[in-house]
Write a protein that binds this ligand. Structure first.
Ligand SMILES: Nc1ncnc2c1ncn2[C@@H]1O[C@H](COP(=O)(O)OP(=O)(O)OP(=O)(O)O)[C@@H](O)[C@H]1O
Ligand SMILES: [Mg+2]
Length: 250
């Protein structure tokens, strides 16, 4: 199991119980700073639940979650809300506001969390949308008027609006065609690279083995609430865990 001296994220002995069900089982997991770390695992393994603990949306039944040195379990609601500025999150279906245009979606966190003036927000929104490859002609379109790939781009631009130090991606390419998948994966790598100077840690949840091997620095495998394998990407392929090999063969 990998541990790091000064990790961006440190999950320590986290157990999460819903009713009778133990979803995370004494799970410990460090994420190295400024790297791309992917969590693989079968459906229902607890991947999204782990991500929600990292975001501080869900509190552990037992254990602690430290992000950038801050113990999230020690923060109250207001503290958590404030702390969440450190995160950018790209949800599976981009989760844009349906009645907001692309530009309004990206502007939302800026008007909500910063004191920028409308003109400054407009300028920033424009830069963000351009940086993810959305052309001006699409700025005022509603999500329903954008393709799936464009929605992902807008979602990414919105996630990047507050210049987060940690980007979380929950199955960023599930349901996309191969070309769009490639584009989104490139975007994830570019995003990580473009922010190298100011710290950018990326955590991805994925089912996509091929993309994971191409873009990750480290790969973890989650099974029934435990990390059962965690290695640098080049070693992960040679894991001696039967379940991991089964997953890789799918
Ligand atoms: N709020 C909740 N209340 C009760 N049970 C929950 C809750 N959230 C998740 N679970 C349960 O926890 C288990 C793990 O769910 P989770 O969404 O973390 O899996 P996952 O690994 O992300 O799966 P998938 O690959 O299908 O997205 C499931 O059995 C789910 O029903
Ligand atoms: Mg999930």
């Amino acid at each position: 199991m990998l541990t790091f001296e000064n990790p961006a994220i440190s999950v320590k002995g986290v157990t999460k119980i819903y009713g009778e069900q133990t979803i995370l089982n004494d799970l410990s997991f460090d994420v190295e700073r400024n790297k791309i770390t992917t969590i693989l695992g079968f459906s229902g393994a607890g991947k999204s639940t782990l991500l929600k603990h990292i975001l501080g949306i869900t509190q552990p039944t037992k254990g602690t979650v430290e992000v950038l040195g801050q113990d999230l379990t020690k923060l109250d609601k207001v503290g958590l809300r404030e702390f969440r500025k450190n995160f950018g999150m790209l949800f599976q279906y981009a989760a844009l506001f349906d009645s907001f245009t692309a530009a309004e979606n990206v502007g939302f966190p800026l008007s909500e969390f910063t004191k920028l003036k409308p003109a400054e927000i407009n300028e920033k929104v424009k830069d963000l949308l351009i940086s993810v490859g959305i052309k001006e002609e699409s700025f005022n379109r509603l999500p329903s008027e954008l393709s799936g790939g464009m929605r992902k781009r807008v979602g990414l631009a919105r996630a990047l609006a507050l210049s987060p130090h940690i980007m979380l991606y929950d199955e960023p390419t599930t349901g996309l065609d191969p070309i769009t998948t490639k584009m989104v994966n490139n975007l994830i790598v570019d995003t990580a690279k473009n922010h190298k100077d100011r710290e950018m840690t990326s955590v991805i949840i994925s089912h996509d083995v091929k993309a994971t091997m191409e873009i990750s620095d480290y790969v973890a495998f989650l099974d029934r609430g435990k990390i059962i394998e965690y290695l640098p990407v080049e070693e992960f392929r040679n894991s001696d865990k039967e379940l991991v090999q089964e997953f890789l063969r799918l």
